[in-house]
Ligand binder design. Structure first.
Ligand code: ADP
Length: 401
C-alpha cells in the first residue's frame, strides 16, 4: 500500500510518500508560505537531489495541487495519482472525541470542526487539508491521526484542573496533552529494542524539540503528560514559558497595559529559554553563548534541564518506578550536553548516563551504563511513519469489513 502523509500547518504542508510493504520512504517535501509572498515547495525523491520551486499558492488546496505535481514530475516518485492508496492526516486536536486514529468521514469532519475552539490555530488548516484532498483525490480513503488521542487514557485525577468542575463540563477545560504520536512511537520502539512487552514496561518519554513534553507511559498507556489544555503548559520550551502561576497573566497585562491575548502571545512566543537568555530559542546558540561566558544562556539551559528532571521525578512517583527514559526531538536527539545535564545527579533514582555512549546523535541507542537500573534510550522521532502505519492498518481493516 502506498500512503501519502500530510501535516498541514497554518501556512505550511509537510508531506511524505511511503511504500508500506517495507516501510520505505519514496519521497518527502515541504510547502511553505501558503497564502503569502514567496510561497515555495521543496521536494525530494529518496536518493535524488532536492528540487526547490517558488510558485504562488493561495490556499491549502493550491499547496496540495503542487505536492501532487511534484510527486508526478519525472523525478517525483509517483507514476499516477491512482497509485496513492490512502492518505494519513496529522490532526492536532480531537478533544475527547477520539482516542485512536480513525477513517475520516463527514461525521469525523463535523466532530473535528467542533474541536476548533480547543485548537483555533491548528485544527482549521488540518481540516483545510482534508477538504482539499477530498476534492482533488475523491474516493481515496483518508485517516485522521490525532496528537491528543494517545493521552486519552489519562485518568481524571491526572487530566482535571482544580477549578470549578462546571468549566470542564461547559468548555471542556482539562489537560489533553500533545505530541501523542511521538510518545506512542517511542513507547513501541523502546519495547521492541528492549525486547520486553510494552504491557510490562513503565516508561518516561521525553520529546524535546522547539515544543517539548514528557509523558508517563505505564503498560503501553499514557497515564500523564506535561502539556495541558494547550501546548503552553509543562516544560520550559524554546519560546513557551511552561508551568506558570496564572495570576502572572493579569499582572503583566495590567502593568504593561496590554490585553490578555497579548500576554498569552508573549508566553507562547517570547518566553522559554529565549525569554530567559534574551539570546535565542535554539540550544546550539545558547550553548555557544554559555561557552563564551554568557550567564543568562547558562541559566536558561539549567532551568530547562531542571524542569525535565522535575517531571521525570514526578512521573517516577506517579508510576511507582520506571524501567526506561527515552529521548527524542531536535534537542533529545542531538544535544549531548543537555542529555547529560538532565541525567546528572539522578543516580539515587537508578538513572546513570554513560558519558561515552552519550556522545552520539540521532540513532536508536541505549545511553545508560551497563549497571544502570533504569535504561536511558534515544529513539529518533518518526511521526510520519507512525501516521503511515496507522493509516495502513485502518484502511486495510476497513477493506476487510
Ligand atoms: P520542532 O518542535 O520545531 O519540531 P525540533 O524537534 O526540530 O523542533 O527541534 C528543534 C530544536 O532542536 C532547535 O531549536 C535546537 O534547539 C535543537 N537542536 C537541533 N540540533 C541541535 C544540536 N546539534 N545541538 C543542540 N540542539 C540542537
Amino acid at each position: 500500500m502506498i500512503v501519502l502523509v500530510l501535516n498541514c500547518g497554518s501556512s505550511s504542508i509537510k508531506y511524505q510518500l511511503l511504500e508500506m510493504k517495507d516501510e520505505t520512504l519514496i519521497a518527502k517535501g515541504l510547502v511553505e508560505r501558503i497564502g503569502m509572498e514567496g510561497s515555495v515547495i521543496t521536494h525530494e525523491k529518496t536518493g535524488h537531489i532536492k528540487i526547490v520551486k517558488e510558485v504562488p499558492m493561495k490556499d491549502h488546496k493550491d499547496g496540495i495541487k503542487h505536492v501532487m505535481d511534484a510527486l508526478l514530475a519525472p523525478d517525483g516518485g509517483l507514476k499516477s495519482l491512482k497509485d496513492i492508496d490512502a492518505i494519513g492526516h496529522r490532526v492536532v486536536h480531537a478533544g475527547e472525541k477520539y482516542s485512536n486514529s480513525i477513517l475520516i468521514s463527514d461525521t469525523v469532519v463535523a466532530a473535528l470542526e467542533e474541536c476548533i475552539d480547543l485548537a483555533p490555530l491548528h485544527n482549521p488548516p488540518n481540516l483545510d487539508g482534508i477538504q482539499a484532498c477530498k476534492e482533488l483525490m475523491p474516493g481515496v480513503p483518508m485517516v485522521g491521526v490525532f496528537d491528543t488521542a494517545f493521552h486519552q487514557t489519562m485518568r481524571p485525577e491526572s487530566y482535571l484542573y482544580a477549578i470549578p468542575y462546571k468549566y470542564y463540563e461547559k468548555y471542556g477545560i482539562r489537560k489533553y496533552g500533545f505530541h501523542g504520536t511521538s510518545h506512542k512511537y517511542m513507547a513501541i520502539e523502546a519495547a521492541e529494542m528492549l525486547n520486553i512487552d510494552v504491557n510490562d514496561l513503565k516508561l518516561i518519554t521525553c520529546h524535546l524539540g522547539n515544543g517539548a513534553s514528557v509523558s508517563a507511559i505505564k503498560h503501553g498507556r499514557s497515564v500523564d503528560t506535561s502539556m495541558g489544555f494547550t501546548p503552553l503548559e509543562g516544560l520550559v520550551m524554546g519560546t513557551r514559558c511552561g508551568d506558570l502561576d496564572p495570576s502572572i497573566v493579569s499582572l503583566i497585562g495590567e502593568k504593561e497595559g496590554i490585553t490578555e491575548g497579548e500576554v498569552t502571545s508573549i508566553l507562547n512566543k517570547e518566553s522559554g529559554v529565549l525569554g530567559i537568555s534574551g539570546i535565542s530559542s535554539d540550544f546550539r546558540d545558547l550553548e555557544a553563548a554559555m561557552k563564551e561566558g554568557n550567564r543568562r544562556a547558562e541559566l536558561a539551559l539549567n532551568i530547562f534541564a531542571r524542569k525535565v528532571r522535575f517531571y521525570i521525578g514526578a512521573y517516577i512517583a506517579e508510576m511507582n518506578g520506571v524501567d526506561a527514559i527515552v529521548f527524542t526531538g531536535g534537542i533529545g536527539e542531538n544535544d549531548t550536553y543537555m542529555r547529560e545535564l538532565i541525567c546528572k545527579n539522578m543516580g539515587n533514582l537508578g538513572i546513570k548516563l554513560d558519558p561515552y555512549k552519550n556522545n552520539v546523535r540521532s540513532k536508536m541507542v541505549i545511553l545508560s551504563t551497563d549497571d544502570s537500573p533504569v535504561k536511558i534510550m534515544m529513539i529518533p522521532s518518526n511521526e510520519e511513519l507512525v501516521i503511515a502505519r496507522e493509516t495502513n492498518e485502518i484502511v486495510k481493516h476497513s477493506r476487510l469489513l
